[in-house]
Structures are given as structure tokens and as C-alpha cells.
Design a protein around this ligand. Structure first.
Ligand code: NDP
Ligand code: OXD
Length: 309
């Protein structure tokens, strides 16, 4: 069974070492040097080129080198019957929650404002705001959104969460489904997006939803750029409907140099670094999935291809 590794972001040497430590005779192939294409049974991928995976007649599974699978499922030529799995990993979750906490606290404690004031050598005393009075809304209450919501609630924020189906998380006021989205948004001062990108969530952060938030609210998006209509985002920032944003992901990555997002006051841009799987931590589940494919079993963290996540 040969495994094909496709990624221009992840370290193939580290992954090969971690996988071979557990399967010494693993036939590890690095794209684009596929060798005999009929040998490839498993693809471990991050943003595979469109149409690449259909070339492997004996492909039995695709495993994402990330939590998201939109970069795989968006390929219209992906054979329909192939199972797709993703990474669910405590270290990846920890790093994402750290990113969200940092972004929420930076805005809540006005560090974004003090960074600007310092550049003007301006001393501006204000009493610190109270987290217990601050409403943070988390869109997506899955592995990552659920953990971030719990951490924000543990810090004392008033946390509300929105998901597709009802979720009960201690300390988090739950909302679900499209009918409850307006209620969820209406009180949310800091909106954290941790939804997967699917046909239902594409551009869900748009003029309409942004204007349902209280004025001068703040957006944090470390999930996918495709969730946000970037023109509507820029308009909301310019009009003051949004007070600022922390953005890790974009419609086009790297964010093009001429994007107006770079220059918006109050916007922090990070280069898709919120979180990623660490090979030493995530390799065991990939190995387990190779074993399961070999035994004709469902994989761990296999996604529902029809739901898109
Ligand atoms: P999960 O699949 O565990 O959770 C997804 C959540 O979104 C679930 O709560 C789900 O609802 C909800 N959801 C999905 N569709 C809808 C919808 N139409 N309406 C309302 N809620 C919906 O995903 P993860 O938490 O593991 O990951 C989330 C995303 O984070 C990934 O897909 C990826 O894009 C992004 N990511 C970004 C990283 C970065 O470095 N920037 C790193 C890792 C991930 P329900 O619970 O009802 O199913
Ligand atoms: C992921 C990512 O989906 O890093 O894991 O974006």
C-alpha cells in the first residue's frame, strides 16, 4: 500500500519519519513523484491540485493534513465514493483556542487601541473593561469552536454559540439553525468564526449578518476566508459597523498585496497560522486510519461528504 503525500505547507520529512517510525515498510511517495500511479491507495494531502486525486485508480482514502476538508471536497473531480478523513488533535485544538483567546483578549483589553496610541506617544487612561459584561459569540461549536467557547466561558466572558444542530456546553448560551442566527448575532460584540467552509456557510459573514451585530462589534476569523464576503467586510469596517477584526484566513492566500484588508485601521492580519497538525502528535491517527483502510473499516474522524464537514 503506497501513501502519497501532497502539500506545499507541511514538512514531508517530518511526516515520513513519524509514519515510518510506526510502519517501517511504508511506501511513502512525495508529490509530484508518484511512481506507478496504480500503487497509490492513500493520499495524505493539503490543498491537492484540482483533478490530481482522480489519477489514482486504486485510491481508497484521502486524509486531510488539517482539520478542514474543503480543500479536498471542492475538487469536482474527486471520485465520489472515496472516504475522506480529517485531523482531530488536542495540540491543534490547543493552538486554535490559544489564538482565539489571544485575539479576544487583545481586543477586549484594548491592546489594539493602545498599540495605535503608543505610536502617537499618547497616554490615555481608561478603566479596564469587565469580561463578565462582554458578549462573545462563537459560530461553530465543533471540536475547535466548542473548545474555544469553553475557554472563553472559563475566563468569564458571556459566551454564546451557534451551530447547525443543538449543542449543550456548560456556560455557553446555545443557538442553532438559521432561524436562531439573528438572535445569536444581535447581542454578539465579538464574533469568532469557527465554521467549516461548506455550501451552506460560504459568505455567511456578509453585509446582512454583519449589520445584525451591535455597532462597532469585532470579528475574529481563523476558520476559512470563504466564510466572509471580503467586500462587505471592508465596507462594514469603513462605515464603523465593525470596529475591527483579527483575520487569519482569506479568499485568496497569500492575501494579495493590493487587498484593501491590509490597510484597514483596526485590522490584524495573520498568515494562516492559527493552528496546524504537528506530525508527532497527529501521525498515530493517520497510522490507525491506514490500518483501518487495510481492514476495510471506517476511518477515525471520517467526514460526512454530503454535509461537507
Ligand atoms: P467541526 O466539524 O468539529 O465543527 C464544525 C461546527 O460548525 C459544528 O458545530 C457544526 O454544527 C457547525 N456547522 C457546520 N455547518 C453549519 C451550518 N450550516 N450552520 C451552523 N453551524 C454549522 O470542525 P472544527 O471545529 O474541527 O474546525 C472548524 C474549521 O476550522 C475547519 O473546518 C477549518 O476550516 C478551520 N481551521 C482553521 C485553522 C487555521 O489554522 N486557520 C486550523 C484548523 C481548522 P454541528 O455541531 O451541529 O454539526
Ligand atoms: C486546517 C488549517 O484546516 O490549518 O487544519 O486550516
Amino acid at each position: 500500500m503506497a501513501l502519497l503525500f501532497i502539500s506545499d505547507m507541511d514538512d514531508p520529512v517530518a511526516w515520513r519519519q513519524e509514519l515510518r517510525a510506526r510502519i517501517p515498510d511504508l511506501d511513502f511517495r512525495l508529490w509530484p513523484d508518484t511512481g506507478e500511479t496504480d500503487d497509490i491507495e492513500i493520499a495524505l494531502v493539503w490543498r491537492p491540485p484540482r483533478g490530481a486525486l482522480k489519477r489514482f485508480a486504486n485510491l481508497r482514502a484521502v486524509i486531510s493534513l488539517g482539520a478542514g476538508v474543503d480543500h479536498i471536497l471542492s475538487d469536482p473531480e474527486l471520485p465520489p465514493e472515496i472516504p475522506v478523513a480529517r485531523i482531530v488533535d488536542p495540540m491543534l485544538t490547543f493552538a486554535m483556542t490559544e489564538y482565539v483567546l489571544l485575539a479576544v483578549l487583545r481586543h477586549h483589553r484594548r491592546f489594539d487601541r493602545y498599540e495605535r496610541l503608543q505610536r502617537q506617544r499618547h497616554w490615555c487612561f481608561e478603566p479596564p473593561p469587565d469580561a463578565h459584561q462582554r458578549v462573545v459569540g462563537v459560530m461553530g461549536l465543533g471540536v475547535l469552536g466548542g473548545d474555544a467557547a469553553r475557554a472563553l466561558a472559563a475566563h468569564g466572558f458571556k459566551v454564546r454559540g451557534w451551530s447547525r444542530t443543538a449543542k449543550a456546553i456548560a456556560g455557553v448560551e446555545g443557538f442553532y439553525g438559521n432561524d436562531q442566527l439573528p438572535d445569536f448575532l444581535s447581542q454578539t460584540e465579538i464574533l469568532v468564526c469557527l465554521l467549516p467552509l461548506t455550501a451552506d456557510t460560504e459568505r455567511i459573514v456578509n453585509r446582512d449578518t454583519l449589520h445584525q451585530l451591535p455597532r462597532e462589534s469585532y470579528l475574529i476569523n481563523p476558520s476559512r476566508g470563504g466564510l466572509v464576503d471580503e467586500q462587505d467586510l471592508v465596507d462594514a469596517l469603513r462605515s464603523g459597523q465593525l470596529g475591527g477584526a483579527t483575520l487569519d484566513v482569506f479568499q485568496t492566500e497569500p492575501l494579495p498585496p493590493d487587498s484593501p484588508i491590509w490597510d484597514q485601521p483596526g485590522v490584524m492580519v495573520t498568515p494562516h497560522i492559527a493552528s496546524l497538525p504537528y506530525p508527532h502528535s497527529s501521525a498515530p491517527q493517520v497510522v490507525e486510519n491506514i490500518r483501518r483502510i487495510h481492514n476495510d473499516q471506517n476511518m477515525l474522524n471520517q467526514v460526512d461528504r454530503s454535509a461537507g464537514y
